[in-house]
Ligand binder design. Structure first.
Ligand code: ADP
Length: 263
């Protein structure tokens, strides 16, 4: 039956004997596709009502009202905005998952400009906390890929470095050639991440400290988005961290994705 999808595995015992295992994954794939469609549809449908709710809460929180009501409105608005970020991240993630098998885009992404803009946004986000962000980039190096996706991935790494480290922490961002390929590094000297968490960090909704991370305004989907975006660009993520010393998020791009930018 040509419509069935099989996963084949060849297991060898010694020199002479092998066993061919066939696992029918047709139903599994179908259920997975339904799940992805469902998440994409739900997040898409939630966007409009949320925009309306946030809009009204915004309007009402500007009215002159008794203080306790005013505070309740402010808090409701903050939560509704949080929900908006989660819905936007879920939608992005499910689109990335659904488009996984399609060919990559062929835009030329000017990584140095993109990083400069993101660092500017990160400085705004840091505000009075005053993280010191330093950018070290090879100005001639770009990537063939999707600008919106790469901006979201790199942005997540840079904003994480700001959100998950104390005020004033130095954050260094490098972008340059490495061997045949290129490497983007976001390195902070914050609290670091204990080794037992590193493996699972890019899973959906995985956080080292759920309530703390929530307080800092994250959705728990950031690193999962990073992993998917990188995979679509034939790249991968490596995370190294020493508790008490800081974390390094490395994105490794292969040579065939690189382009020389004219200045
Ligand atoms: P979140 O929205 O919570 O930031 P992410 O998927 O982006 O979700 O990150 C997952 C978790 O990884 C975070 O909740 C945090 O515990 C940890 N983390 C990410 N970046 C850093 C960092 N630079 N320093 C310390 N912990 C980090």
């Amino acid at each position: 039956d040509a419509s069935r999808l099989l996963h084949l595995r060849l297991v060898s015992f010694g020199d002479q004997q092998s066993l061919l295992l066939a696992h029918d994954v047709t139903e599994l794939k179908r259920v997975e596709a339904v799940r992805k469609d469902f998440i994409a549809d739900v997040s898409h449908e939630l966007r409009t009502p949320l925009t309306v709710v946030v809009g009204y809460l915004e309007m009402l929180s500007e009215e002159k009202l008794p203080e306790d009501i005013h505070q309740a409105l402010i808090s409701s608005r903050r939560q509704a905005e949080r929900m908006q970020s989660i819905v936007a991240d879920l939608l992005m993630l499910s689109r990335l998952e659904m488009e996984e098998d399609q060919a990559g885009e062929i835009e030329i992404v000017p990584v140095p400009d993109l990083l400069a803009n993101l660092v500017e946004d990160a400085r705004q986000l840091s505000g009075a906390a005053g993280h010191s962000l330093t950018l070290h980039v090879d100005e001639s190096l770009g990537i063939r890929g999707n600008e919106r996706q790469l901006s979201s991935a790199f942005g997540n790494l840079i904003f994480n470095a700001v959100r998950h480290t104390p005020a004033g922490t130095p954050i260094d961002i490098f972008w340059g050639r490495e061997g045949e390929g290129a490497r983007l590094v976001v390195a902070d000297r914050g609290p670091g991440i204990a080794p037992e968490h590193l493996q699972r960090l890019t899973e959906r909704f995985y956080r080292v400290d759920k309530s703390r991370s929530r307080e800092r305004g994250g959705t728990g989907l950031g690193l999962s988005i990073v992993r998917h975006v990188l995979r679509r660009h034939d790249a991968r993520i490596e995370i190294t961290s020493v508790a008490g010393e800081g974390s390094r998020f490395n994105c490794l791009f292969p040579g065939q994705r690189l382009v020389k930018l004219s200045s």
